[in-house]
Write a protein that binds this ligand. Structure first.
Ligand code: BGC
Length: 546
């Protein structure tokens, strides 16, 4: 890749889920001081940037995705001065910083929503949100049949009789993006943070902002196994074409600032072509490629996703991004350690079922890391993925905090299992997550087996997940073939993915049951597990030099 290409076209971005990364003040909740103290770790891991989940003032109904004030840091996480110091210090370490921005909704404690409640039906203050009368006798039925992503209806009724829309929790009222105040406010928030030195933003629910003006009922649910209809039926609140006007304006804001500021969209689109709309030249820079994350451990599916993503994103001049895990989905060693039993549909909850074979999941996760980090474009590493952490599936009911748990009437255990505080060192909780003498317990209990997964336990152990990630990330930095660029598939039997990247690099992943004879090479750069007699076993991957 040319060294003048903007950094975001090939960056490896490490996701810091702030509550669970490192606790600096000993209250059991991760914070900015904790991130600051771990910058040397991040630097030595070899990543280019960090994306930090929301750190703004929030009542924490959805762990910070319910923002009360975008221009203030939540006291649980620190202060504005600490945030500014973190940005500066990260830059000194050569690490860029990308906060999360949450434009679809705010907290019910945000000044605008409180003013809207106080001002009453028909007021100008309510126009910034989506308030409607109900249906049926006395307006006792919600205005339409939309569902909250966390379960239950997407509408809550107020004592004055009006209903308001919330695609997530009732504490997260949706904003009305037709309102000029909303547009102006967010452009101002972007400038506020860009001028404090942030390098970009991750845009939460980027595909949800614009709703059909008439708020019609949902279309009938499509059978995920049926072929897609010839003509796409627009959804009343996901991925509507009008949303792109907003991002054209945001792009202009980013371009006002020096130094390649960039956006990454969290947009769950139902095809690569729909995703590509977010990253056309006048819009956002990149978008998470969830098709890769949703693919099962199947060579044909993965190859289709890789080809489809590269061709479609490439056709609009955007780089691909690759992602295996984040704070909303089951950690991938625990996904890959199972038979995929149902099809994963964008915008629908996916929880794996059936018994877990964690060794199998880990083997596949190691191979998947080598695949992901050698594909053209950028990649995301979710904290703890480099430690091979499993999903914690046996958290006791009484500690669960994700709003999904209550909202689904305890049908869905939610996302807490991928958010358990990280193990850094030591033999028992808090495993170095909190400092010596901490007064608070980690906000979710850490399992005893965290001791084997800690940074300390894995450092220097050549067979550990951490050392695999370190070596892969360091090789990636040094190898001109990796990052952005082209790839060419090599002929290989069904179940084997093999491709070259020039100059002189080959990646081979064997997803078939038969050991695979490696192609000719001059050296083996990295392997996800033992390779004997040039035979790559099932669920293993290698990087080769030709
Ligand atoms: C975030 C979630 C959050 C939701 C509502 C998402 O897609 O990643 O963690 O609960 O948006 O803001």
């Amino acid at each position: 890749m040319s060294s003048t290409a903007p950094w975001w076209r090939s960056a490896v971005i490490y996701q810091v889920y702030i509550r669970s990364f490192a606790d600096g003040n000993g209250d059991g909740i991760g914070d900015i001081a904790g991130i600051h103290s771990r910058l040397p770790y991040l630097k030595s891991l070899g990543i280019d940037a960090i994306w930090i989940n929301p750190w703004y003032k929030s009542p924490m109904a959805d762990h910070g995705y319910d923002v009360a004030d975008f221009r203030a840091i939540d006291p649980r996480f620190g202060t504005m001065a600490e945030a500014e110091a973190l940005i500066e210090e990260a830059h000194r370490h050569g690490i860029r910083v990308i906060p999360d921005i949450v434009p679809n909704h705010v907290s019910d404690q945000h000044a605008w929503f409180r003013a809207a409640l106080a001002a009453g039906p028909g007021s100008a203050e309510r126009e910034r949100f989506v308030f409607r009368p109900g249906r049926g006798p006395d307006g006792a039925e919600p205005p339409n049949d939309w569902m909250s992503c966390f379960g239950g209806p997407a509408w809550t009724r107020l004592p004055d009789g009006q209903w308001y829309l919330h695609l997530f929790a009732p504490e997260q009222p949706d904003l009305n993006w037709e309102h000029p105040d909303v547009r102006a406010e967010f452009e101002d928030i972007l400038r506020f943070w860009f001028s404090r030195g942030v390098d970009g933003f991750r845009i939460d629910v980027a595909h949800g902002l614009v709703k059909h003006p008439e708020l019609p009922d949902l279309p009938p649910r499509r059978d995920p196994d049926a072929p897609a209809p010839a003509e796409r039926v627009p959804h009343p609140h996901w991925d509507r074409d009008e949303v792109h006007e907003i991002y054209r304006a945001w792009r202009r804001v980013a371009d006002e600032f020096p130094g390649d500021r960039s956006f990454v969209a969290e947009a769950w689109a139902d095809s690569p072509a729909r995703l590509a709309n977010y990253v056309r030249q006048d819009r956002l820079h990149t978008a998470f490629n969830f098709d890769f994350l949703m693919a099962s451990w199947d060579a044909r599916q993965l190859r289709e996703v890789i080809d489809g993503s590269l061709t479609t994103l490439g056709s609009v001049g955007a780089p691909a991004t690759w992602v295996l895990s984040n704070h909303d989905v089951t950690r991938h060693p625990s996904r890959f350690g199972r038979k995929v039993v149902k099809k994963w549909v964008a915008n629908e909850t996916y929880r794996p079922e059936g018994p877990l074979d964690f060794e199998l999941g880990t083997r596949r996760a190691r191979a998947a890391a080598l695949l992901m980090l050698s594909l053209p474009g950028g990649a995301y590493v979710y904290q703890g993925e480099e430690l091979g952490l499993p999903e914690v599936e046996d958290l006791p009911d009484e500690v669960l905090q994700d709003p999904c748990w209550e909202r689904s009437g305890h049908a869905d255990r939610g996302r807490d299992g991928c958010r358990v505080p990280l193990p850094w060192s030591g033999q028992e909780a808090p495993f170095g997550f909190s400092p010596e003498g901490a007064t608070g317990e980690p906000w979710l209990p850490q399992p005893a087996l965290w001791k084997d997964h800690s940074v300390e336990a894995q450092t220097g152990d050549a067979t550990s997940m951490l050392e695999l990630y370190r070596r892969a990330l360091h090789l990636r930095r040094g190898l001109p073939a990796l990052g952005e660029g082209d790839m060419t598939w090599l002929d290989a039997p069904a179940g084997v993915l093999a491709f070259t990247r020039e100059p002189g690099f080959v990646c081979v992943v064997n997803l078939s049951a038969e050991p695979y004879q490696l192609p000719e090479h001059t050296s083996l750069l990295l392997a996800s597990g033992p390779v004997e007699d040039g035979l790559l076993p099932q669920d293993h991957a290698v990087w080769l030099s030709r």
